[in-house]
Design a protein around this ligand. Structure first.
Ligand code: AOF
Ligand code: ZN
Length: 348
């Protein structure tokens, strides 16, 4: 007999298929099981469209429809009760007389948070909770962070030379990472919602900040340009992707370009993140001062440090890690990527 955990594992596999297409919604998967046989599977495929439960029930073949009312539905997230872009999934389960629901984790979105479970129970449905809870929360750590901390999930990323520099002095550009780690970086960009850089990085590197190698969407570009003095000729300001410029000078809105004026210099990292709270995740890509701002405020959740074999004679020192724990190490040819995690992601 297949265990609840194994069916939930299948829900998580299905949920991941929505990666890159559902944000800022969570990735959710569902399976419908009758007599130890899967008769339906579904996942949330696209932001604004049908939820996992809807697709799961819709996938049941004609000959199996008679069993829906005798089946167990496994869902990696508590079924919703709100009328959002789609009607409530809890109602759908009740309408189909499904007698048992097994849930991966509670939805901490205010409109749902425990109310989905309560509604199912009130309807006399047996509810089993928190099966693979940690794995279910980890999968949607960006979504849960936004709900619970009212800020995006923050991922730091930088590459450093063998002797600990992030860049040479005087603004010369050096490509630190190799072809493999660059591909890895671009894949990562396609999975996150925003990329943030500082004034100097924007000016010296003139990055496009897109995901050139992979498929999928491009992130929102965010730049800290306190005097709003960056030349509009930079790639950042082409209007093919959305760009947000945080500054102390002006509020302004154009096509795919917004200037947001920060009101105080204190608690900068927190202020910036507050403005980005509609976004699930942001990668902070540099330079050293910008990364250190988020490290010092302890406003980060994961960090990826690419240690390369390049030597820079004299340069800007890489940021200093001051918290977090090493989670794993990935080797891509001569480059080593150290993956750290901080308090929030460790507690999920
Ligand atoms: C579910 N199953 O597959 C997902 C859920 O705007 P809407 O209508 O798409 O609702 C989005 C909210 O619904 C989202 O914030 C989260 O709380 C929940 N997502 N719920 O029952 C699903 N994706
Ligand atoms: Zn739903």
């Amino acid at each position: 007999m297949v265990s609840d955990k194994e069916y939930m594992q299948r829900c998580l596999e299905l949920a991941i298929k929505g990666s890159g297409n559902v944000s800022p919604n969570p990735m959710v998967g569902a399976v419908l099981v009758y007599n130890d046989r899967i008769i339906g599977e579904g996942w949330h495929r696209q932001y604004g469209q049908a939820h996992a439960e809807v697709n799961c029930i819709a996938s049941v073949k004609e000959g199996d429809k008679q069993f829906i009312g005798k089946s167990t539905i496994y869902v990696s997230l508590e079924p919703c009760v709100h009328y959002g872009k789609t009607p409530p999934c809890a109602d759908l389960i009740i309408q189909h007389n499904i007698p048992k629901v097994v849930i991966g984790c509670t939805d901490t979105f205010n409109a749902v948070s425990g109310k989905g479970i309560a509604k199912l129970k009130e309807a006399g449905i047996e509810v089993v909770m928190d099966v693979l809870e940690h794995e279910s929360r980890w999968l949607n750590r960006r979504f849960f962070c936004r709900q619970e901390k009212e800020r995006p999930y923050v991922i730091l990323k930088w590459a450093e030379s063998d002797n600990g520099y992030i860049a040479p002095l005087h603004g010369n550009r050096v490509m630190l990472s190799n072809e493999f780690s660059q591909k890895w970086v671009h894949k990562m960009r396609s999975e996150e919602d925003a990329i943030l850089i500082g004034h100097n990085t924007a000016l010296l590197d003139n990055p496009v900040l897109n995901n050139r190698f992979g498929e999928g969407k491009n992130p929102v570009r965010v730049v800290l340009d306190f005097n709003a003095s960056l030349p509009q000729t930079l790639h950042l300001f082409d209007t093919s992707q959305q760009t947000i410029v945080f500054n102390f000078v002006k509020n302004e809105k154009g096509e795919n370009l917004a200037f947001i004026k920060l009101d105080k210099e204190q608690e900068l990292a927190a202020r910036v993140l507050k403005h980005l709270q509609h976004i699930n995740s942001v990668i902070i890509e540099g330079g050293s001062k910008t990364l250190q701002l988020f490290l010092d405020a302890n406003l980060w959740d994961e960090a990826f440090i690419i240690s390369t074999s390049t030597i820079i004679n004299d340069g800007t020192a890489a940021p200093k890690m001051n918290a977090g724990k090493l989670l794993d190490v990935l080797r891509l040819q001569a480059d080593t990527i150290k993956h750290y995690q901080n308090e929030y992601s460790a507690k999920l």
